[in-house]
Design a protein. Structure first.
Length: 506
């Protein structure tokens, strides 16, 4: 009889532990329950910690799951879990338990590591990376996935943390995971590799050296993984010409252009544009590959259709390509890129997007008079001037607008486009370049001299008051191209002088 009573006591205790662990794991799915536990000072961490070593596997697993959900909730709870010395306990037992515990333990590590480099370093200091890398080699796909996720959350923060993961041999195993049939595992593995590649050329090279590009490039066509694959390739390509060339050799063109119009996922579209941008920036040869593969129309369409700051990589691609050579700037113009770029100067967009558009338009228009005319005909000079004069604009936007204006104006022989910039309110830093162009072009063009009068250019010129000697000289030079009576006619106050003469003759 005593034996039965003893068994019943222990059975009740076991049942209570199972019920507690299960209930807490379920409760902490809801943020309101977590807040209540914190406010009521339940001591939930102290109660869960010993359950990680419980003799019943289901209790261990649910305790780990509950801790993971708590750590995931906010950095403060993650800090408390680290301070409670729970992490070393998890790491010590992660490889000794079954696959369910391994998944949940890795979930705790990933949840802590996501909150910042200091907490990620605490996870690393517990010896977790070695255990997580070993989990990447486990049979169960969900164990691999959870470990890959944790490694990604560690490596994302700093080059040093990413290097620790690489030094423990994670790259080859992550690439193996990326070749498994499970789509979610592929996605997490490629995302973690992207986090590693993002930091330095050396870390990106470690993925390339492990034959990563032949594994990653085909995945840009995988519906489940294309978002992560494009991002990873972008992070590889950004570091150097050599790495960008290796990405291109993976035959991403022209396949990646189709992703710019992906019907389902704006992040796929943005990541594809970012990848193309990172390739385009390095040298004329790489930029010309994009042009020759027929990428420009797709990029222009992307800029026209993308929302807000998602336009940015497309804008930068066109600027990089146009910057290298006249012929490529011409190709950008022929792809009808000028007007969509001009639309991006609208005050409805962020200043850094507008600054990028100003820079790209400057790169297109600075090469020759034909390039400048193509930009000027789209009323871009007026839009750039408005951005430069915008009191609310950032210094970067003002600076890039001013540089673009100067570069285009100095090449512009299309005087009709320069006329709107002639104003007494215009800043002298721009006005002097405008007047200089009229000074250079009017003497040899009779028709232009007539149009200058008809468009009220000569009249505007007389309204400009300046102390700058070079600008005064230019105005004087242009006035001397016309009869003195005509210049006087447009001079402010001359009408009063005429009326006075009429009165004198009465």
């Amino acid at each position: 009889m005593a034996s039965k009573e003893i068994q019943q006591v222990f059975a009740s205790y076991k049942k209570a532990r199972i019920t507690f662990a299960n209930s807490v794991a379920e409760l902490v799915k809801q943020p309101r329950h977590i807040e209540a536990m914190i406010q009521q000072e339940t001591g939930v961490l102290d109660l869960l910690r010993p359950l990680l070593l419980d003799s019943d596997p289901s209790v261990q697993q649910n305790a780990a799951l509950a801790l993971g959900r708590l750590a995931n909730y906010n950095p403060q709870l993650a800090e408390k879990i680290v301070a409670s010395d729970i992490v070393p306990q998890l790491v010590a037992s992660i490889l000794k338990n079954n696959k369910y515990y391994q998944r949940h333990a890795a979930f705790v590590l990933r949840a802590i590591a996501k909150h910042g480099p200091r907490l990620a370093q605490a996870v690393v200091d517990s010896g977790s990376v070695e255990a997580l890398v070993k989990c990447l080699d486990e049979f169960d796909p969900l164990v691999k996935e959870s470990a890959a996720y944790a490694i990604g959350n560690i490596s994302i923060h700093t080059p040093e943390l990413a290097q620790i993961c690489v030094d423990h041999g994670c790259v080859g195993l992550l690439l193996t995971c990326a070749q498994q049939p499970e789509q979610t595992l592929k996605k997490v593995a490629i995302s973690s590799l992207a986090n590693i590649c993002s930091h330095t050329p050396e870390l990106a090279q470690s993925v390339v050296d492990a034959e990563g590009i032949p594994v990653i490039t085909p995945l840009i066509l995988n519906p489940m993984v294309k978002r992560q694959a494009c991002q990873c390739l972008a992070f590889i390509a950004k570091h150097s010409v050599e790495l960008a060339e290796l990405v291109v050799e993976g035959e991403i063109f022209p396949k990646i252009f189709a992703l710019l119009q992906d019907p389902d996922d704006e992040i796929v579209r943005k990541n594809a544009a970012s990848c193309i941008m990172q390739v385009s920036k390095h040298n004329p040869e790489l930029a010309s590959l994009i042009v020759n593969a027929g990428g420009l129309p797709a990029i222009v369409d992307y800029i026209s259709n993308a929302e807000g700051d998602n336009k940015l990589p497309g804008i930068m691609i066109l600027g990089f390509i146009a910057a290298f050579q006249e012929t490529m700037a011409t190709a950008v113009i022929k792809a009808k890129a000028v007007q969509p770029l001009g639309n991006c100067l609208s005050p409805s967009y962020s200043d850094h997007l507008r600054a990028a558009a100003a820079w790209s338009l400057g790169q297109i228009g600075r090469h020759s008079s034909e390039h400048a005319k193509a930009v000027a005909e789209a009323n871009i000079l007026t839009l750039l001037n408005e951005s430069f004069l915008d009191d609310k604009a950032s210094e970067d936007l003002k600076s890039k607008s001013k540089r673009a204006l100067k570069a285009i104006i100095q090449k512009c022989t299309y005087l009709d486009a320069l006329n709107p910039l002639l104003s007494e309110k215009a800043p002298e830093s721009i006005l002097k370049y405008v007047v200089k162009q009229f000074e250079a072009l009017l003497p040899d063009d009779v028709e232009a001299k007539k149009r200058f009068v008809q468009s009220k250019g000569l009249q505007k010129l007389q309204l400009i008051k300046t102390e700058e000697e070079s600008l005064q000289e230019s105005i004087k030079f242009i006035n001397n191209l016309y009869p003195e009576e005509l210049v006087k006619y447009y001079t402010p106050g001359y009408d009063k002088e005429l009326l006075q003469k009429i009165d004198e003759n009465q």
